[in-house]
Design a protein around this ligand. Structure first.
Ligand code: PHE
Length: 341
């Protein structure tokens, strides 16, 4: 009996070793048949059980069961691990990995972030206001008369309740001056809305950055210095700034400002239509009427304000000739601004 037991045990040992080194499913199956098949080694060994005494049988029965279940278990395990290995083998690990498009900052946001960063260094902090404004903040407090053409329903999107989508970021000036006392030095980037017919230079939804500096003795020269510094930081040291007289209800004097053409250095080219200058936006000294609306004493304080068209800056910076490209979200276009890859 002890021979039978040790024979079963060594069959188990050998079987496990063979399973261990088998390297495909076919070989494992052959080992299973060799040991556990009807005519397999284990069955052959158990044929002699009949010769054992009844007392000896339970012990051998136990050993035989252990032998069978262990071998069957090992066969299953091996088959499983081989089949998962097979999947792995089907992958060519020498191939380069699949690239994931991680996206990139939209050029409009890129310009906003860079502009804010420049103004931050000049001591401005960021302020914010709602896209849905009331007439008071968008027009009245900005000294815009009731019959001013910009208030016309043809220019402004009105909501049924009389509120409107802000046509400019200038209402943030009002909100800031209502809520804090000078000195004030803020920039306010954000969306604006106008009933414009979209074309290469117009969009119904665009972005501006508003700037406002209010303190004692703020001068127009400081406005020019700030805009010149901005132009240098954004477009390089060769860029110049010029002022042209203009009119805005909320500034006096008012002006429009241009940067010398970054494409031809002011010599004149197709980008600047031979003028050497690129129009950026409007600016001026805060009108005393505006100060009165927000309870700020125009005898004590002066200030300057400016606007900036973000899309305008982006188009200059990235040499884009149609504003609509910025909104179509064509990845072939946007991919060009992905600096991270
Ligand atoms: N809000 C004006 C515009 O949209 C620009 C501007 C801002 C002008 C601040 C003067 C001062 O055209």
């Amino acid at each position: 009996m002890s021979t039978l037991k040790s024979e079963l045990e060594s069959a188990l040992d050998n079987g496990l070793k063979e399973i261990e080194i088998a390297d495909d499913a076919k070989a494992v199956e052959e080992i299973r048949i060799k040991y556990l098949g009807k005519k397999g080694i284990v069955s052959q060994l158990l044929k002699s059980v009949g010769r054992l005494s009844p007392e000896e049988r339970p012990e051998i029965g136990k050993t035989a069961n252990l032998c069978k279940t262990s071998l069957a278990g090992a066969v299953e395990e091996k088959k499983k691990s081989l089949s998962s290995n097979t999947v792995d083998k089907s992958i060519d690990i020498s191939l380069p990995g699949r690239r994931r498009g991680i996206g990139s900052k939209h050029p409009v946001n890129q310009v906003i972030d860079d502009a804010v960063e420049i103004f931050r260094r000049l001591g401005f902090i960021v302020a914010d206001g709602p896209d849905i404004e009331d007439e008071f903040h968008n027009f009245d407090a900005l000294n815009t008369p009731a019959d001013h053409p910009s208030r016309d329903i043809q220019d402004t999107f009105y909501l049924p309740d009389g509120r409107l989508l802000r046509t400019q970021t200038s209402p943030v000036q009002i909100r800031v001056m209502e809520s804090r006392k000078p000195p004030i030095r803020i920039v306010a980037p954000g969306r604006c809305y106008r009933r414009d017919t979209p074309d290469a230079t117009h969009s119904m939804n665009f972005h501006q950055i508003e700037g406002l500096y209010v303190d004692k003795n703020v001068s127009l020269a400081e406005l020019k210095g700030t805009l010149l510094t901005f132009a240098h930081e954004m477009f390089g040291k060769d860029v110049n700034v010029r002022f042209r007289p203009h009119f805005f209800p909320f500034t006096e004097p008012s002006l429009e400002y241009d940067f010398s053409c970054v494409n031809c250095n002011g010599k004149g080219c197709s980008v600047c239509r031979q003028s050497g200058w690129l129009e950026i936006s409007g600016a001026g000294m805060v009108d005393p009427e505006v100060f009165k609306h927000v309870g700020c004493d125009p005898e004590e304080y002066t200030g300057y304000a400016f606007g900036m068209g973000i899309e305008r800056l982006a188009m200059i910076r990235y040499k884009i000739n149609d504003i609509r490209l910025l909104y179509e979200n064509d990845v072939r276009f946007l991919r060009q601004f992905n600096y991270s890859t």
